[in-house]
Design a binder for this molecule. Structure first.
Ligand SMILES: [Cu+2]
Length: 502
């Protein structure tokens, strides 16, 4: 057996011990040899469930968010038991303007600790939702910050260590949109022509509750679901007119990566990356979007005929050990009304200034291949019951320690960080809190910077075999922030470190 496979499997035995299960190493070996991708096959429905559209809250007045148990109709005609920040699954969409002060009164009505991480927002460390800052059950916290960043599609979700995966999977997440005047000048499609598309896969029990019970293979690869949902609707459809639409697409899944395209060949006009608009529109037929990433796209339905039906789908891709082997439909679009369209898709968007690599004062490299288990402090690899799940993944050989500062950086300085997955077998979407970056190179694997990466990013996908370099200038928000893999099972099993801005 290869050394790295052996290490993975011994780690998986530890995971089972963590979850209180009893299994032998032999059993783990048998399971590890199974084809992971065939273990969870996507279930395709009739696409007769009307797409849920989360309500929109304007952030100019104080916002109330309550994390609680809810019911939702994820599958048509069935009740599902979920978590949400409103009255259903997910949260209302929060919309704010750059320069605005935001106040969110958060109430935790769960029976466990939680918090909110504002993914993509550049805000002070005590508001960012680091796992050190928790909100106890039946307690409240007032998140207050001012928005000082360009227009973009951000989001929010819980971040309590070891519980993030479960709380997000059960339904806690939402979209957070920042608008600004530069964006307004583009007169982009709005109202019914601006559509949130939050893609998530769910495992659902027969009784309607969401199943989150990861076993060793789930912790290694990530937790997948058979039901591909958009905005909390499985097998959904949406009626459209013959217009240009703006789709804000968020991959809010725990672990699943999608290779997105339209079944009728309509291209994506990509106008924005994770948290900002691009300098110029990038036209492309498909986008591989990993957990945590967003794309802002214009899609032109104006030449379609009434009665046309087509799908947003995911195609197969080369994604390492556990991903990309299946193609499936995600949601259906029906063209139901012919209307005139005068909007033409702009080729030039906003002023986007690349950060010059010559400004970088330091390059740091992080081995994210996970070919070695993190070593415990005493140097002994304790197999079995003594080793917990929180050590199954690592960055540079270190698993997450809440209080340890792993990297120290200076405010207002620029650095290059490299994520090295050259020897890795799994893909890892790497996310930094507290800063926005630009991708400056990718070597190995796909070998290029992709069209949806040519702007402000906070999450970047590193496929097996790839080394990805990013550049960023740290803001003047002093304190400790996290950076981690956004495969939430990898994150919860240790693939997270702290960096401190001083
Ligand atoms: Cu990962």
């Amino acid at each position: 057996m290869e050394r790295k496979k052996f290490l993975k499997i011994t780690g998986s035995a530890a995971a089972l011990a963590f979850f209180g299960g009893i299994t032998s190493l032999l059993e783990s070996c048998k399971r590890a040899s199974m084809d992971m991708s065939s273990a969870i096959s996507v279930i395709t429905g009739k696409f007769d469930n009307i797409l849920r559209l989360p309500p929109i809250i304007n952030g100019t007045s104080p916002i109330n968010l309550v994390a609680k148990r809810n019911t939702a109709s994820i599958i048509k005609g069935k009740t599902s038991y979920v978590l949400g920040y409103g009255d259903s699954i997910l949260a209302p969409i929060i919309k704010v303007n750059n320069g605005q002060n935001v106040s969110i009164n958060f109430q935790n009505q769960l029976e466990e600790i939680t918090n909110i991480h504002w993914h993509g927002l550049i805000i002070p460390e005590n508001m960012d939702g680091h796992p050190r800052y928790l909100v106890q059950p039946n307690s409240t916290f007032n998140y207050q910050f001012s928005i000082n960043q360009q227009a973009g599609t951000n989001w929010f979700h819980p971040h309590p260590h070891l519980k993030t995966g479960r709380q997000v999977f059960r339904g806690l997440a939402g979209m957070f949109i920042v608008n600004d005047s530069e964006e307004a000048a583009l007169n982009l499609p709005s109202g019914e022509f601006e559509l949130p598309v939050i893609i998530q896969d769910k495992r659902i029990y027969a009784d309607g509750s969401i199943n989150y019970s990861p076993e060793e293979m789930d912790v290694m690869s990530g937790y997948f679901g058979q039901y591909i949902c958009v905005n909390g609707s499985w097998s959904a459809y949406h009626n459209v007119k013959t217009k240009v639409y703006r789709l804000r697409i968020l991959n809010g899944s725990n672990a699943r990566v999608y290779n997105l395209s339209f079944s009728n060949g309509i291209p994506f006009n990509i106008i924005g990356s994770d948290s900002g608009l691009l300098g110029s529109t990038q036209i492309i037929g498909n986008v591989i979007l990993s957990p945590g990433e967003r794309i802002d796209v214009l899609v032109d339905f104006s030449s379609l005929s009434v009665g046309a039906e087509f799908y947003l789908q995911s195609n197969t891709f080369n994604g390492g050990d556990s991903q990309g082997s299946e193609s499936f439909k995600i949601m259906k679009f029906n063209v139901t009304e012919q209307v005139p369209e005068t909007f033409s898709i702009p080729s030039s968007l906003v002023a986007f200034v690349p950060i010059s690599p010559s400004l970088s004062i330091k390059t740091r490299t992080f081995d994210i291949s996970n070919i070695h288990m993190a070593m415990p402090e005493n140097g002994n690899m304790n197999m079995g019951m003594n080793m917990d799940m929180s050590k199954m993944h690592n960055i540079g050989g270190k698993s997450f320690d809440m209080e340890r500062i792993d990297e120290t950086v200076s405010a207002n300085t620029t650095e290059i960080w490299e994520f090295d997955n050259a020897a890795g077998e799994d893909l890892h979407p790497m996310h930094l809190h507290g800063v926005q970056f630009q991708v400056i190179s990718r070597t190995g694997g796909r070998g290029v910077i992709l069209p949806h990466e040519m702007g402000w990013k906070d999450t970047v996908l590193c496929m097996p075999g790839e080394k990805v370099k990013i550049i960023m200038t740290f803001p003047n928000n002093l304190g400790t922030f996290a950076f981690h893999c956004h495969n939430l099972e990898h994150e919860d099993s240790g693939m997270m470190l702290n960096f401190k801005i001083v």
